[in-house]
Design a protein around this ligand. Structure first.
Ligand code: ZN
Length: 375
């Protein structure tokens, strides 16, 4: 087993997901709500009717298809050297978390790959059935399940998955395809807003349909489509306001440091007296690490206020160059799970970048403050 490096150790996961296994080197996790599906399967499986076992196979096969769909995205992303942090399976579908948003021409192919997998599964199964048993029932198999048409049902299920995912609206793959095509002649941010608005419109239409036809599941899906579309829109706004700007424009330049020989009690006093939560740890004139609020509180609770700062210092915090693009800094900080990064010009500490002051920077830009001029 390879030891994990510290950035992997601190990498943020979707909360509430349970680690399960790795496929093609990609961690695959299940959200805890997935247990609902397992319970649902058990209930169905024990029902005393002829095709109960088939229904269980059908649902498991569809989830396997969704997983293959996500792996399709991840493998094409890897082809473009974009790492997939994890695939998380939710009861209503899967999510591949990529380390960054790829440029439009790559995003186009990554987005297409998922639905393509479902088309291939559907095509393969239907082709196989057509060769061995020319009596095909068609889409009616879905509303009229029998033991005999299980494979055909799985095939049409995949067809529906592919078509639903191709709807040109965020957060579906079709929304990403739409954005990447629009980005040929529009700025990416504008293309994102269009795909996000069409996602919200679709969600509202879907929700209304679910309400009028009293289909709870449809309303449930509409709710998640709305959330996903709104989130993408917001993230795009954040990116458009930070894109092309270096870290030095947003970093904190007035901050306090602690010495490795100070006690955590001294550091706690400093935390009280200032509004600072994370402190660079100095040894002489050199920065040797970072003391963050959580480590500080933990140390006081476990070891008392006389413990030395040196013992609880994170010696491998996120380090950023002042010239790094803020856009990229946001991603690095977000993935590290750390609240704060040291901004280093070579060996010299020149500032701090925290998530909090990053969001303040975005907020100020949003209400119209022009970016500060570097001195
Ligand atoms: Zn997809």
């Amino acid at each position: 087993m390879q030891p994990q490096n510290s950035t992997q150790r601190k990498e943020q996961r979707i909360p509430g997901s349970i680690g399960a296994f790795t496929a093609f080197g990609i961690p695959i996790r299940f959200h805890f709500t997935f247990l609902l599906i397992v319970a649902f399967l058990v209930v169905i499986g024990f029902q005393d009717r002829p095709s109960a076992a088939d229904d269980v196979v059908f649902i498991v096969a569809l989830f396997a298809s969704v997983l293959l769909h996500e792996i399709g995205h991840a493998l094409v992303a890897r082809y473009f050297k974009v790492r997939t942090i994890e695939i998380v399976m939710f009861p209503i579908g899967g999510v591949s978390r990529l380390e960054k948003t790829p440029p439009p021409h790559q995003e186009f192919w990554i987005a297409c790959a998922g639905p393509l997998v479902n088309f291939i599964i559907a095509g393969g199964l239907l082709g196989g059935i057509a060769l061995t048993n020319p009596k095909m029932v068609g889409l009616a198999t879905l509303t009229n399940p029998t033991d005999a048409n299980l494979i055909e049902r799985i095939a049409y299920g995949n067809l529906i998955l592919a078509v639903f995912n191709l709807l040109p609206a965020f957060p579906m793959d079709g929304g990403r395809i739409l954005r990447s095509v629009l980005a040929i002649w529009k700025p990416v941010e504008e293309a994102t807003q269009i795909a996000s608005s069409s996602g919200r419109a679709l969600a509202i239409a879907l929700g209304l349909y679910g309400l009028l036809s009293q289909q709870f599941l449809v309303m449930f899906i509409a709710f998640f489509v709305y959330l996903g579309a709104a989130q993408e829109g917001q993230a795009a706004t954040g990116r458009s306001l930070t894109h092309g700007m270096p870290v030095r424009l947003a970093m904190i330049t007035k901050y306090h440091t602690v010495s490795h020989g100070d006690t955590v009690g001294d550091a706690a006093q400093l935390m009280l007296q200032t509004s600072q939560q994370d402190f660079p740890v100095m040894h002489g004139g050199n920065v040797i690490g970072l003391l963050d609020r959580n480590a500080l509180l933990r140390a006081i609770a476990n070891e008392g206020s006389d413990a030395y700062v040196a013992g609880v210092t994170d010696h491998d915090p996120v380090r950023l160059s002042p010239d790094t693009d803020l856009d990229e800094a946001m991603t690095v900080l977000g993935e590290s799970g750390n609240p704060c990064a040291l901004v280093m010009d070579g060996e010299e500490l020149v500032g701090l970048l925290t998530r909090e002051n990053l969001s303040e920077f975005v907020l100020l830009r949003k209400i119209g403050l022009p970016p500060p001029r570097p001195k």
